[in-house]
Design a binder for this molecule. Structure first.
Ligand SMILES: O=C(O)[C@H](O)COP(=O)(O)O
Length: 197
């Protein structure tokens, strides 16, 4: 069985903020002592810094920088694939990605699924970006490609998906922030979705 742990980087403004650094440290503490065979992180600074802080709690676990978990656009939907009232918001978000992110994203997104969801006996931790966490979640649930949109990941939240041969992927936890104090939860998340939680 493959266990994939996914985490969005800590709160950042270019580099990690002090809060983001603390989130990353606490994520490391959460994972310390658990089996992790490899850490893979986005080349982007905020993810690399998060990976360094998390990895400090995971001695002897190899750390690899991987474009497969980088900051790319996994899939660009057409308006027809989106709910009518959501479409303008979603398409504006998609338009914010660069030409390079548009061009390289779909290929990277497919390769990422092939690389990290094969049901080999491993536990891997991916430190990545919101849209990549939600890309894996939508794929695990068999949702349409466009459905990475309309789902959000909080900074340093933990999502765990297990892959077993012949079984549907099992979304074990999503956006778990139990390792963070209230003051460090839900950063990077749309404010209108967090108030009640
Ligand atoms: O989806 C986005 O808005 C960004 O491209 C990446 O998200 P991040 O804040 O998780 O890096």
């Amino acid at each position: 069985m493959r266990t994939l742990c996914l985490a969005r980087h800590g709160e950042a403004s270019g580099a990690l903020t002090p809060a983001g650094r603390e989130q990353a440290r606490l994520l490391g503490q959460r994972l310390a002592g658990k089996r992790v065979d490899g850490v893979f992180h986005s080349p982007v600074q905020r993810a690399a810094e998060t990976a360094a802080l998390v990895s400090a709690a995971l001695p002897d676990v190899p750390v690899t920088v991987s474009p497969l978990v980088g900051d790319y656009l996994p899939y660009a939907p057409t308006a027809a694939e989106l709910a009518p009232e959501f479409a303008p918001v979603a398409l504006a978000h998609v338009a914010d990605f660069t030409t390079l992110q548009h061009e390289t994203g779909p290929g990277l997104a497919e390769r990422a699924l092939a690389e990290f969801t094969a049901p080999v006996p491993r536990v891997d931790l991916l430190i990545t970006h919101s849209q990549i966490v939600t890309w894996f979640v939508r794929a695990a649930l068999g949702a349409p490609a466009a459905r990475w949109l309309g789902v959000n990941a909080a900074n340093a939240a933990l999502t765990v998906i297990q892959y077993r041969q012949g079984w549907p992927p099992n979304l074990v936890v999503f956006n778990d922030q139990s390792h963070l104090p209230d003051s460090l939860r839900w950063t990077g998340f749309p404010a209108e979705r967090t108030a009640a939680w």
